[in-house]
Write a protein that binds this ligand. Structure first.
Ligand code: ATP
Ligand code: MN
Length: 465
């Protein structure tokens, strides 16, 4: 007999299926005993809902029933019946139960409901078994799929950029070194430094902080490309919005200017949020009930509202005039903190905001310089609850200007010669952006801490699981 998943069963069953024999497999969430029957709530991870199994105590071996406790894994052969209970349409009358694995009640950490998210982080190997992490991980999957679908449907090509990189020019953050040298006894150069020419790649290498520079190489050949992969930042920022290992989506488009770039970012985010509303409603309703009573309304707000677009300079004026007491004071030239970004989005405009034309000194060397020589054609998309969710820009396509920026920012041309060559041979205007995948998932799931939207979070002092 073929096993049916609970998601398929609940979606596809009709009145004709009542009375049919079925086989379910999954994990016991709860078990409740009444006089002659045991009620088992079974979940198989395919959907947030459990299905109730009704087992007649007379039909089953007492020893078997004793082992059917929270967390244990079973196969159930039985008949599908309409459920008299509220809030469930079907249940299953068990004819035969096979036990795969016990789950001793005295040691199973998820024996009881209602554990704190902090506690669950300490048992990241088991937390996917909870309703919350089931919902978050299914939504995460749906968003990853929607991202590929969005780009594929629009003729973008998925470009795999390297994880190990020999360039540290992106300047997006501190990097993790990749090396096979003996840390206790590394080869040294004459002046006493580590001799990386003897290392695996013959030079210093690190984990990538962004696939952008390589994505540009792809865009300047294939037209429209995107990367979607892990990125690594060795910053010691212990915030609810930063991970040391996170996933980033980076589209890069030839012949786009900054306005095209913003249009794409806005359309892309709206598409993803709408996709979640259309395809993950069960999980979203659960998340709303548990974590954020306004969740679905907030998601609809993204789709409905036109994002407010203004310059960094205008935003700083608004913040200065706000009369708001910020932890970090604002003035022209400072990098905005998430408290400033959230004020603009949540208090002032009450809708997502796209800020443009940032001071050149707080942005990367590759961003296109404006006429004023003070600001660059950067754009950040700011979301409620999150602050910055996307950072992007039009890229400098002019060779001389780009070389000048490298010099000013102390980036040796020999480190980025391959990047500069794209401006030497057939350069074109182009633009792109980076969306932090976990920040998107934070927003969509209504969770508050980024550690709770990735299966195995990597943060300072934490890489156990
Ligand atoms: P922030 O100012 O919030 O630290 P950033 O400006 O350093 O971010 P970018 O280099 O612009 O980030 O990266 C592009 C996107 O990647 C950001 O808009 C954000 O969504 C996401 N992101 C950046 N750093 C992290 C991180 N440490 N953990 C998770 N997501 C991140
Ligand atoms: Mn940024």
């Amino acid at each position: 007999m073929k096993r049916v998943k609970i998601a398929e069963l609940l979606k596809n069953s009709t009145a004709e299926d009542i009375g049919k024999d079925i086989l379910l497999k999954g994990w016991v969430r709860t078990r409740r005993d009444s006089k002659n029957v045991v009620f088992i709530a079974l979940n198989d991870g395919s959907i947030i809902h459990h299905i109730q199994i009704v087992a007649d105590t007379e039909k089953f071996d007492e020893a078997l029933l004793k082992d059917i406790t929270t967390g244990s894994s079973i196969a159930v052969y039985g008949k599908l019946v309409e459920s008299p209970g509220q809030g469930q349409s079907y249940e299953v009358y068990a004819d035969k139960i096979e036990l795969y694995g016990k789950s001793p009640a005295d040691t199973y950490p998820l024996q009881k409901k209602g554990h704190s998210l902090e506690f669950l982080r300490e048992i990241a190997h088991l937390r996917p078994r909870t309703n919350t992490f089931g919902a978050v991980l299914r939504i995460r999957h749906a968003m990853a799929y929607a991202i590929h679908k969005y780009f594929n449907d629009r003729g973008f090509y998925y470009l795999h950029t390297p994880i190990v990189t020999g360039s540290d020019a992106e300047g997006a953050g501190a990097m993790f070194r990749v090396s096979t040298l003996d840390p206790k006894n590394p080869p040294l150069t004459e002046d006493g430094g580590v001799d990386y020419s003897q290392d695996f790649f013959g030079k210093e290498t690190n984990l990538t902080v962004s696939g952008q520079l390589e994505a540009e190489l792809g865009a300047l050949a294939l037209g429209e490309v995107y990367t979607f992969g892990p990125t690594f930042r060795a910053e010691n920022s212990n915030t609810p919005r930063h991970l040391a290992e996170f996933w980033m989506i980076e589209p890069e488009m030839a012949f786009y200017d900054i306005v095209d770039d913003m249009d794409l970012a806005e359309d892309f985010l709206k598409y993803l949020v709408q996709y979640a509303l259309d395809n993950c409603l069960d999980d979203l309703e659960f998340q709303q009930k548990m974590f954020n009573k306004q969740l679905i309304q907030q998601l609809e707000g993204i789709v409905k509202n036109k994002f407010k677009r203004l310059t960094y300079t205008e935003a700083v004026k608004i913040l200065e005039k706000s009369g708001q007491k910020f932890e970090f004071p604002v003035s022209w030239g400072v990098d905005l903190q998430s408290e400033h970004e959230r004020y603009l989005v949540e208090q002032h405009f009450k809708k997502p905001v796209i800020l443009t034309d940032y001071p050149k000194d707080i942005k990367a060397f590759y961003m296109k310089m404006n006429e004023d020589n003070k600001t660059v054609r950067a754009m950040d998309v700011l979301f409620p609850r999150i602050g910055e969710i996307i950072g992007g820009s039009q890229r400098e396509e002019n060779m001389e200007k780009l070389q000048k920026r490298c010099k000013e920012m102390g980036i040796p041309e020999k480190d980025v010669w391959w990047y500069l060559e794209t401006r030497k041979f057939g350069t074109v205007p182009h633009a792109g952006f980076g969306l932090g995948f976990e920040r998107l998932i934070l927003f969509v799931t209504g969770m508050a801490n980024i550690r709770d939207v990735i299966p195995f979070p990597r943060t300072p002092k934490n890489a156990e699981f």
